[in-house]
Design a binder for this molecule. Structure first.
Ligand code: NAD
Length: 386
């Protein structure tokens, strides 16, 4: 083993992150510590007084569902470089509630119908699309055409064509596009990248990734609707496994095989898969085995290398991520991933730098997800040239 202490982050961490194999600069925000406000009982009405300045960009959230309500809006009370400036919603009662809770002026509240007039609003620099998956493309493209930079939730799109159009629209409008890949800002997942890509335990031979949960019985939920979700747990949770394997290894797969799992709840899973397993082959000969399901529990990212192993479990949670290696437990802080992610994007906009979780990365992943479905459907090994 080449490093003395693989479980703690040393002073070379920033340098490593800067040099990550993604080939993109501008990630100095990645590993700053917890924002001061974390852990304090914040009065959101007071905190929203901090407003636009040259150091703070305005974000508008599109879609005020669970993730916006419980993760993004609270995280935006802890960001240093951006703030919650506006909302886009189809539900007037939500608009009233958010307006009161976050002191959002009427002029910064939009419906899906008048959304395009956001282009005349200098308070909004960044639009964050937090809608069901198949709606990501439309709102990302409309936002770019309105002159706004865009963060789009994962999976970036439900088809490769849509993902390509999104990248193209942002390029044409000269706007930045990023995907809400919050785990790139979590120290544990960053440490997996470091251990894997620096080959601290030697060359990786195998990787294992699983992300599953038991979904509720609401037959009408958009996650169970193939049209809106673009697929089942692979689109929603499996994307984290594919991401985790790729950033741990620092390689892109050359081939995928996959198998759909058994359907034990046909009343729920008639338009999306209940579960799927897939295997990826990599140029350096590593093999990854991944699974995801809406009828099981699982949350792990693990690598076996020549001289040891390293893993996270849980690996993909908003907090409480735990890591260990064959040398012992990882000793790393918990952070607000979403606050760091949005601050980094705001800094990218201010510095005119591409995000480390760019639209191109989102497009690559959509290609991988679609290839995974093709492998499961056909039973063939799908060869990839990405
Ligand atoms: P949600 O169901 O809680 O919210 C979806 C929102 O979209 C609601 O406000 C709903 O009113 C609105 N909406 C507009 N048109 C709709 C339509 N035709 N059908 C259904 N809803 C419609 O979902 P969520 O959990 O907030 O997920 C939203 C997006 O965020 C998804 O793309 C999901 O993958 C992503 N997400 C990401 C993370 C993460 O950790 N990065 C976590 C959760 C969700």
């Amino acid at each position: 083993m080449s490093k003395k202490n693989p479980n703690n982050v040393g002073s070379s961490r920033r340098d490593f992150i800067r040099n990550l194999a993604f080939g993109i600069g501008g990630v100095s925000a990645l590993y700053y510590g917890l924002p001061e406000a974390i852990g304090r009982n914040i009065d959101t009405r007071l905190s929203s007084i901090a407003k636009k300045s040259k150091d703070k960009l305005g974000i508008a959230l599109v879609g005020l569902g669970s993730y916006s309500t419980h993760q993004l809006a609270p995280a935006l009370q802890q960001t240093k470089n951006c703030y919650l400036a506006g909302i886009v919603t189809g539900t007037p009662s939500k608009a009233e509630k958010w307006k009161e809770q976050y002191s959002i002026p009427d002029k910064n509240i939009y419906s899906y119908e008048n959304f395009d007039t956001i282009k005349n609003n200098p308070d909004i620099d960044i639009v964050y699309v937090v809608l069901p998956n198949s709606m990501h493309a439309e709102y990302t493209i409309r936002a770019a055409e309105a002159g706004k930079h865009v963060i789009c939730e994962k999976p970036m799109a439900t088809t490769v064509e849509d993902a390509e159009k999104m990248v193209e629209a942002c390029k044409k409008a000269n706007r930045l596009l990023a995907v809400g890949y919050r785990l790139h800002y979590d120290p544990h997942n960053q440490h997996m990248m470091k251990l894997g890509q620096e080959q601290t335990f030697g060359k990786i031979k195998t990787l294992e990734a699983a992300h599953s949960f038991v979904i509720g019985n609401n037959r009408n939920a958009w996650r169970l609707d193939g049209e809106l979700a673009g697929g089942g747990p692979l689109m929603d949770l499996g994307v984290y496994c594919t991401q985790g394997v790729l950033y741990t290894l620092g390689e892109t797969p050359t081939a995928i095989t996959a198998q759909f799992g058994e359907v034990t709840k046909p009343n729920l899973f008639d338009s999306v898969e209940q579960s799927i397993s897939w295997q990826m082959e990599f140029p350096g000969k590593a093999i990854a085995k991944c699974t995801t399901s809406y009828a099981d529990n699982g949350n792990i990212l693990r690598a076996e290398a020549e001289n040891g192993w390293f893993e996270l479990s849980p690996a993909y949670a908003y907090g409480g991520i735990k890591g260990k290696t064959s040398e012992g437990p990882m000793n790393l802080p918990q952070v607000n991933q979403q606050a760091l992610q949005m601050d980094d994007f705001a800094q990218c906009v201010m510095k005119k730098q591409k995000s480390i979780v760019s639209g191109e990365m989102g497009l690559r992943d959509v290609k991988l997800l679609i290839a995974t479905y093709e492998a499961a459907r056909t039973g063939e090994k799908i060869k990839l040239k990405l």
